[in-house]
Design a protein around this ligand. Structure first.
Ligand code: BG6
Length: 490
C-alpha cells in the first residue's frame, strides 16, 4: 500500500530563522530580531541577551516582566542571528531551484508579519513586502511546488510587544486578522494551505515564541485564548475568501508523546496530565470548545480567562481543516515532589531505552508512530507532519562534502514509522516536510552548528561565512525517497 498518491513530500523553514533581510524592503523589526545568539545551558535551552534601554541580559524564554518604560531593542556589539539568518531573502531563487532539484512537492514557510505590517499598526500594508512573497510563490509554482504558509511562526512585530506585550492583550486578535485578510486576499490564487499558529502549545516559550512580556500562568492562559480566537477568526475568514483554502493548526506533538517513567499509576497519571496540558490547545482548535479537564485545571489554579460573549461561537465556527504537527522526541513524566508535570521548559529525564542527540533530544521513531495514531484517533482529521528532523553538528570533509549518514538514519527510521502509522494503523497522513531542509539558525539556541539540512550553508555561529549552499549526502537520499514516493528508503 505505501504512501498515498499525491503525498506531500516537502521541506520546512520559518522566516525568523531563514529569511534574513530584517531591515530590507521596508520590513519592521520583530521580537526575534532583538534576541542575540546564546550560550546553550547544559546543551539545552539557551540564554539569550535581549537589550532594553539599559542593555540588560535576560533570557528570551521567560524574562522577568518588562519594567515600566523599558522596551526591547537591539544594542550595539551583539550578534542577532535573525538579521541575516541564512539569507533566503537574497538567495530565494537559488534555494527554490534546489527545492526543485530535490523534487519537493510542497514547501512550508512562514510570512514575516512585520514585513507586511512593519509595526502591526499601519492601515495599509507594505507593498514591497507583499511583492517579495509574490516573487517567492511565483518561483515555487515554476517548479510545481505548493506553498504551505504559517501565519505566525514565533514572530510578531516588535512594536506590539513593546506597546502592550503582544498576545497577552486582546488587541492582537484584530491586528492579526487584518494581517491575515491582507495575505489571504493577496495570495488567494497562489497559496492553498495555511497554518495559523506554529506550535501553539509552545506559547509558554515566552518572548521568543509569542512576543509576550509577562509569563505568569494567568497571562499565558489569556494569551492562549487570544490565539484561539485569532486562529478561529482566520479559519472563518480564509474560507470566505477562498473556499478551497485548507487551514490547519499546528501542535508540538513531542509534548503529547509523554511516557510514564514507571508503571506506577501515579507516574501514568503524571504522563497523562503532562500530555493534557498540551492536547488542550489542539482540542480547542479541532473541536471548537475548551475541554472540561482544562476548565477544571484553570479553576484549580485560580486562573480566570476573560472571554467575550461572541468567543464561544467564533471557536465553534473556526475549527481547522487538518492538524499539523512537529515531532522531534518523546519525554518521560513521573509524579515527583516539587516537579511540575508538563512544564514546557523541561525536557524531562532521559529515557534509558533511547539514544539522545547532542542537545539532549531523545530519538524515538516509534513514538512518532504512536503519536500519529493517537492524534488521528482523537480528532479524525488528516495530519500533516510539518516538522521532524535531527539537529546535528556537520563537518565538511576533506573532499569538501558533508557526509551525514546519521541524518539519513534518523529520517529512514522516522519515515518507516510514519509508513507504519499509515499502513498498519490507518492514519491519514497528508504529507511530510522535514524541518530545516536547508541549514537555518536554531530557534532554541540561536546556534548555526545545530544543523538540520539536506543542504549545507557555509556560515558559523556568529554569522561569518560565504553563505554558499552545497548538497550533503542526505540530499541525494531524500531525493530518491521522494522520487519513489517513500518506497526506496535504503
Ligand atoms: C520547533 C520550532 O520547536 O523546533 C522551530 O517550530 C525550531 O522553529 C525547531 O527551529 C527545532 O528547534 P531548534 O531549537 O533546534 O531550532
Amino acid at each position: 500500500m505505501g504512501f498515498p498518491k499525491g503525498f506531500l513530500w516537502g521541506g520546512a523553514t520559518a522566516a525568523n530563522q531563514y529569511e534574513g533581510g530584517w531591515d530590507a524592503g521596508g520590513r519592521g523589526p520583530a521580537n526575534s530580531d532583538v534576541i542575540t545568539n546564546g550560550d546553550p545551558k547544559n546543551g539545552r535551552m539557551a540564554t539569550r541577551r535581549l537589550a532594553d534601554g539599559t542593555v540588560e541580559t535576560v533570557t528570551a524564554m521567560r524574562p522577568d516582566p518588562l519594567p515600566d518604560g523599558a522596551v526591547y531593542d537591539t544594542a550595539p556589539g551583539h550578534y542577532y542571528p535573525s538579521h541575516q539568518a541564512t539569507d533566503f531573502y537574497h538567495h530565494f531563487r537559488e534555494d527554490i531551484a534546489l527545492m526543485g532539484e530535490l523534487g519537493l512537492k510542497t514547501y512550508r514557510m512562514s510570512i514575516s508579519w512585520s514585513r507586511i505590517y512593519p509595526t502591526g499598526l499601519e492601515e495599509t500594508p507594505n507593498e514591497e513586502g507583499l511583492a517579495f512573497y509574490d516573487a517567492v510563490f511565483d518561483e515555487l509554482h515554476k517548479y510545481g511546488i505548493e506553498p504551505m504558509v504559517t501565519l505566525h511562526h514565533f514572530e510578531v512585530p516588535l512594536a506590539l510587544s513593546n506597546a502592550f506585550g503582544a498576545w497577552q492583550d486582546r488587541r492582537m486578535v484584530e491586528l492579526f486578522l487584518k494581517f491575515c485578510e491582507t495575505v489571504f486576499r493577496r495570495y488567494r490564487d497562489k497559496v492553498r494551505y495555511w497554518l495559523t499558529f506554529n506550535e501553539i502549545n509552545n506559547l509558554p516559550f515566552g518572548f521568543l515564541a509569542s512576543g509576550m512580556t509577562r509569563f505568569d500562568p494567568q497571562a499565558l492562559a489569556q494569551a492562549a485564548h487570544h490565539q484561539f480566537v485569532a486562529s478561529a477568526n482566520a479559519v472563518r475568514l480564509g474560507h470566505q475568501i477562498n473556499p478551497d483554502f485548507r487551514i490547519g493548526c499546528m501542535l508540538a506533538a513531542s509534548r503529547v508523546t509523554v511516557y510514564p517513567k514507571t508503571c506506577a499509576p501515579e507516574d501514568v497519571q503524571a504522563a497523562w496530565e503532562a500530555a493534557c496540558r498540551n492536547y488542550f490547545y489542539a482540542d480547542v482548535q479541532c473541536r471548537g470548545f475548551y475541554p472540561s479537564y482544562q476548565l477544571q485545571y484553570y479553576k484549580r489554579q485560580g486562573i480566570q480567562v476573560q472571554m467575550e460573549p461572541e468567543d464561544a461561537q467564533i471557536l465553534r465556527d473556526g475549527c481547522v481543516d487538518f492538524i499539523s504537527i512537529s515531532y522531534y522526541r518523546s519525554t518521560l513524566a513521573a509524579r515527583q515532589q516539587g516537579k511540575q508535570s508538563g512544564d514546557p521548559l523541561n525536557l524531562g529525564e532521559p529515557n534509558p531505552y533511547l539514544p539522545c542527540t547532542e542537545w539532549g533530544i531523545t530519538i524515538d521513531p516509534l513514538g512518532f508512530r504512536i503519536v500519529l495514531h493517537n492524534l488521528y484517533d482523537r480528532y479524525g482529521l488528516p495530519i500533516m507532519v510539518v516538522e521532524n528532523g535531527l539537529g546535528a553538528v556537520d563537518t565538511v570533509a576533506e573532499d569538501g562534502k558533508v557526509h551525514d549518514p546519521y541524518r539519513i538514519d534518523f529520517y529512514r527510521t522516522h519515515i518507516r514509522a510514519m509508513k507504519d502509522a499509515i499502513e498498519l494503523d490507518g492514519v491519514d497522513v497528508m504529507g511530510y516536510t522535514p524541518w530545516g531542509w536547508i541549514d537555518i539558525v536554531s530557534a532554541g539556541t540561536g546556534e548555526m552548528r545545530k544543523r538540520y539540512g539536506f543542504v549545507y550553508v557555509d556560515m558559523d555561529d556568529t554569522g561569518h561565512g560565504t553563505l554558499a549552499r552545497s548538497r550533503k549526502d542526505s540530499f541525494a537520499w531524500y531525493k530518491k525517497v521522494i522520487a519513489s514516493n517513500g518506497e526506496d528508503l535504503d
